[in-house]
Design a protein. Structure first.
Lengths: 322, 563, 222
């Protein structure tokens, strides 16, 4: 028998198939047809899945309608505990996103938060089952301690790199003094409420994390490059022409090609191995319409290559890698 | 702990016998740690915060357009404003608010002690908060000036790696995180509704709101992941410079038409899911304040289910370049309006039957209750929305989707009803959830401002659509005929935002500061199970459950009927 | 609440509360231990995992739609000189299919609380799963398709990576739940977590079947 919730998904199956067929026949649009057919398939699977859950689906037959309605008491139910672990997991996901967008270093924080949260979550599941907590302190203290120290070092380093030099020294000294002062105060006080300690730790964590994230987004200050670092090669396009017909790169190093498109026409720079520009490009820069962009890529092995604009193939030149 | 054949550890054998073993502290627990009721309120709190933010952005937008030759903000800044206005309000207000209301109310309505996976809902909440923070980074990160595409993230956002800066990725991934949170929360609610109902509460007897959560949740479960996948593709496009959504050279490949199809395939049903939830709340309120069960419940439930299924058919009406395909979506977009009208007519039928059974004056008296007044306001907005949507459907992918008609239609059909229904739901369930009634005086004021502001803001938008003012216009010349309508829209937006602020104030004063009237268990003479427990309920919801023999157990209990 | 037995009046005395209508022990009294944690209806975990799989399938559908759409609009697919091997994907498919059988064996052993069979089956399944994940990682590394070189490369990496992530999560879940199974936590009526892991496992294998068909079986055209 088809249950009521399944009746939500089943019409989708039929409608999806019919719509997919019509859509494919009339428009030939692949995206829409694929989506509709996929929807029909998944909806069918969902209806099967939800039909298997048939709890309490039909009215009990043994109720005596003449008997007056009553209220029956219920045993109070203990809710599962440990709401902090999901919060920690979510913070880990947040760090993961920041890692995806900015620096992969945040991935370490993400992994740490998620792993700890998962461990805690499993521990709280165990608590629910047995009523006793497994003692995680032997694992918890060293791991959390190591992580906290590592995180502090990393985040502080981001902050120190983002501010001007003088300020960076001052901040480092200030942080050291604050830590000393806080630790001394905690050590000296005879009785410390857990709430106070937690507040201090939370404030410190937020300050450090917020500062570190903001600093990473702000980016490092200009640091004197003493040697090395790729010299950006520059090229511009205007009037469907490049302003250079020869580029030079060092072999097999991280290189920068600064491309300035001075007209509102789509251009790019792409480097190929053959003068006929066959095969896949060695490097294919993104197309921009006006504005400028820095192409960063790893230059190939030494040799002669050829560059062109993919949109206007007559804009060509030579690349010497030596 | 249940029956096991080999049970190595019995239930707490070492627990002290004198007192119940206190829940072992496990990082921020307490018995109320994962209670769905405060969690629902937390979702609602975050949602209201972003409602205010989005409203302020709207006021700024309309201030720019109060008159011709405006230069309050630049064109680019204006486009950023409406992009963030749309993104924040849809993903950080509407979706979390609905998740919050459902989280708080559904277990109570079905007689369950808890959600199926309480900690999962906590995770969903914190993911929403984290996603909101990520989306809030976006306006301040590098490259934010170039986010000018509108909440549908159409070009120029899919631009490839020529676009520098993290802002787009923060926005895109932030939205993805929020959507994942909503999907997790919805899955949780669906399992709860299917598995955790009180004995005797069959799915046919489900309260209309819980049924609408089942339908709307199913729609969101199927639609939102497609959007998450598309956002991941967009992120990859940006971060790695893949050009999936642009197609300049054949060796890189890519399809510029792909994005809008993927996006609207998911977003169109999402908007209808919001309407389904709104209709569910309103049906619940109409039934309660008419003093009788909803007329023809089976048709109402079928109507909501039909909206859910048909919601997947109209997406092409928002997509361009469909060539001959648009006639399919004319039908798709039109057909979904029919069950909506059916549900509305059912309300009127219910009220009429109540009038016949109880006398018109009794019913009129009850209709002056604040939640019911909100539903009437909702009805007026929905009626306008239905009309506008019918026109939009007939013009699928046409001009009315690129001018202000679409602004008016989308706000009147989806966003305004969903918002009004959240306000109505807050008034209706505040006594149960927070033990305090929201102020009626402030409630009527906010209703007047919100409904009046909505009509004043968006009916002129329809007029502007007829006059073919393009969407996303940041300034217009003095010679155009659009001045009056834009001024009206500006005034309406201000009134609407003021109404929203009054509502937020109402919630803060009455519920948070606890200055509202203390509420009894059953202030409205409700019909469903949540009204049979205390206000607010204990953490495990029910100290005792009435026997369920029909769809209106509380009504049966009160009238002593036996079925 | 609990699975309904349709006899609301049955009082069951001092046994654990199963029906909402049974009389209740007073809480916190000296009469007995505190009330047990809430009894979750059977099949809750499985249903939850399956619904998440339904949602996840729609996410995969978005990726596949991009694949099919861009492929249909490309003059050559794969573009240029790109060629991906089919040997390793075949091995992966066979291994994944075998892992389904060993997983079914593991579930049925758990149900009977047969520790030895369960141990063998679980280890076998885990090994198969790790092998598949490892092979997927190797595929991505060996093909070395730079993400931005073409849409084909991007989508290839994304789809293969999707399966890799899911397989890794499945193995992790298997290890955690398997540990509980070997500790004897499960029995005939309470092996839900094992079924949930199995459901996710079968879903991952089935999704790989779809991905493999799209990427390798019906892939080439010029």
């Amino acid at each position: 028998m088809i249950t009521e919730p399944a009746k939500i998904f089943l019409p989708l199956t039929g409608l999806g198939v019919v719509a997919a067929v019509f859509h494919a026949m009339v428009t030939g649009d692949h995206a829409g047809s694929a989506l509709l057919l996929g929807l029909a398939t998944v909806a069918f699977a969902a209806s099967v899945i939800i039909t298997t859950a048939r709890d309490n689906e039909y009215a009990p037959a043994t109720v005596d309608a003449a008997e007056p309605l009553g209220r029956r008491p219920l045993a109070p139910v203990r809710l599962p505990g440990g709401p902090g672990w999901p919060a920690m997991a979510a913070v880990g996901v947040g760090f993961g996103v920041v890692a995806l967008v900015t620096s992969p270093f945040f991935g370490i924080a993400a992994a740490a938060f998620i792993i700890v949260a998962a461990a805690g979550w499993l521990a709280s599941v165990s608590v629910d089952r047995t009523g006793r907590a497994p003692d995680l302190m032997p694992f918890g203290i060293p791991i959390v301690g190591l992580f906290a120290i590592g995180a502090l070092m990393f985040l502080l380093s981001r902050v120190l790199l983002a501010v001007p030099e003088q300020a960076s020294t001052a901040i480092a000294l200030a942080v050291a003094v604050v830590i000393m002062a806080a630790a001394s105060w905690v050590a000296v006080k005879p009785q410390l409420k857990p709430g106070t300690l937690l507040t201090i730790l939370v404030v410190a964590t937020i300050a450090m994390t917020g500062g570190g994230v903001v600093a990473t987004i702000a980016g490092e200050r200009e640091i004197e490059v003493h040697h090395g670092g790729p010299e950006p090669v520059e090229i511009a396009a205007d009037n469907i022409q490049f302003n250079k017909d020869e580029l030079h790169f060092a072999p097999e190093t991280e290189s920068i090609l600064k491309f300035d498109n001075e007209e509102p026409v789509p251009h790019n720079v792409a480097i190929y191995a053959t003068p006929e520009f066959t095969g896949l490009a060695v490097y294919q820069g993104a197309v921009i319409v006006g504005g400028s962009v820095e192409y960063r890529f790893r230059s190939p092995a030494a040799g002669t290559y050829y560059f062109r604009c993919d949109i206007h193939p007559l804009m060509q030149g030579k690349v010497t890698v030596a | 702990m249940a029956l096991t054949e080999t049970s190595p550890e019995d239930v707490a054998p070492e627990a002290p016998q004198e007192e119940p073993a206190p829940p072992v502290p496990s990082f921020g627990s307490g018995a109320a740690g994962n209670d769905h009721k405060p969690l629902g309120s937390a979702f609602l709190g975050v949602a209201l915060l972003f409602l205010v933010v989005g409203g302020v952005l709207a006021v700024l937008m309309r201030a720019q357009l109060l008159g011709p030759d405006a230069d309050l903000v630049s064109d680019r800044q204006y486009r950023s404003l409406f992009t963030f206005h749309g993104s924040y309000l849809v993903f950080l207000f509407l979706l979390p608010a609905w998740v919050g209301v459902a989280t708080a109310v559904v277990p109570l309505q079905i007689g369950a002690a808890r959600l199926a996976f309480p900690r999962l809902q906590t995770l969903a909440f914190w993911l929403t908060a984290v996603g909101g923070m990520l989306m809030s980074f976006a306006p301040f990160a590098g490259g934010a000036r170039r986010i000018t595409s509108g909440w549908a993230l159409n070009s120029p956002v899919p631009e490839g790696a020529g676009f520098a800066g993290d802002a787009v990725e923060f926005l895109v991934l932030g939205i993805a995180v929020v959507l994942v949170a909503v999907v997790l929360a919805v899955a949780n609610l669906l399992v709860t509704i299917v598995k955790f109902r009180a004995p005797g509460l069959t799915t046919r007897r489900l309260p209309v709101f819980s049924w609408s959560v089942l339908v709307g949740g199913s729609v969101l479960l199927l639609a939102l992941p497609v959007l998450v996948g598309s956002l991941l593709l967009l992120y990859v496009d940006h971060h790695f410079g893949s050009d999936l959504f642009s197609g300049f050279t054949s060796s890189r490949g890519g399809n510029p038409l792909l994005w809008s199809r993927l996006f609207w395939f998911a977003a169109y049903p999402m908007l209808w899911a919001l309407v389904i939830l709104a209709l569910g709340v309103a049906s619940e309120i109409v039934a309660t304040f008419s003093g009788r069960p909803l007329a023809d419940r089976a048709k109402a439930r079928a109507g909501l289910a039909a909206i859910g299924a048909l919601a997947f058919l109209g997406w092409g009406s928002e997509v361009r370049n469909l060539r001959s395909g648009r006639y399919i979506f004319v039908i798709g977009a039109l057909i979904v309006l029919a069950p909506v009208a059916g549900v509305l007519l059912n309300w009127l039928l219910t009220l009429r039957k109540a009038g016949e059974e109880q006398g018109v004056d009794a019913v009129r008296g009850r209709m002056m209750a604040t939640p019911m007044l909100h539903v009437l306001g909702l009805l007026s907005v929905l009626a306008a929305g239905l009309g506008a949507s019918a026109v939009s459907a007939l013009d699928a992918t046409g001009r009315s989707h690129s001018n202000y008609w679409q602004v008016g239609q989308q706000h009147l059909m989806y966003f305004a009803p969903a918002t009004l229904a959240i306000v109505a739901a807050a008034h209706y369930w505040a006594p149960k959830l927070w033990g305090r009634k929201l102020s009626d005086g402030l409630g009527r004021l906010e209703l007047l401002l919100i409904v009046g502001g909505t009509h004043l803001a968006f009916l002129p938008a329809l007029a502007l659509g007829i006059q073919d003012m393009p969407r996303h216009t940041s300034a217009f010349d003095a010679g155009e005929s659009w001045e009056l309508a834009n001024m009206a829209m500006g005034l309406g937006t201000a009134v609407l935002t003021l109404g929203v602020l009054v509502f937020v104030l109402n919630v803060l004063v009455s519920a948070v500061a606890k200055r509202g009237k203390a509420a009894p268990d059953d202030p409205w003479d409700g019909q469903t199970l949540e009204w049979t427990t205390t206000s607010p309920p204990p953490p495990y919801n029910f100290d005792s459950l009435p026997e369920v023999r029909s769809a209106t157990p509380a009504l049966d209990l009160r009238t002593g009927a036996a079925g | 609440m609990a699975m309904v037995r349709h006899d609301p009046g049955a009082a069951t005395g001092a046994t654990p509360v199963r029906s909402a209508y049974a009389p209740v022990l007073p809480t916190g009294s000296a009469l007995g231990p505190p009330p047990p944690p809430h009894e979750v209806p059977q099949g809750t975990n499985v249903l939850g995992v399956l619904l998440i799989c339904v949602a996840d399938a729609m996410l995969l559908l978005a990726f596949l739609t991009a694949w099919w759409t861009i492929k249909a609009g490309s003059p050559a697919w794969p573009p240029g000189d790109v060629q991906v091997g089919t040997y390793i994907p075949s091995v992966i498919t066979i291994t994944a299919a075998m892992s389904c059988f060993s997983m079914a064996w593991a579930v049925s052993s758990t149900r009977r609380n047969d520790q030895r069979s369960a141990a063998v089956a679980l280890i076998l399944t885990a090994v198969f799963g790790i092998a598949v994940a490892n092979a997927q990682w190797y595929t991505i590394a060996r093909e070395n398709l730079v993400m931005e070189s073409s849409a084909y490369a991007t989508l290839f990496n994304l789809l293969t990576g999707w399966h890799l992530v899911h397989q890794s999560i499945a193995v992790g879940a298997l290890v955690l739940v398997g540990a509980r199974a070997l500790a004897g936590h499960f029995g005939r009526k309470t092996y839900d977590p094992m079924r949930a892991v199995a459901a996710f496992w079968y879903y991952t294998v089935f999704a790989w079947g779809v991905i493999m068909t799209a990427m390798y079986l019906f892939s080439h055209h010029s």
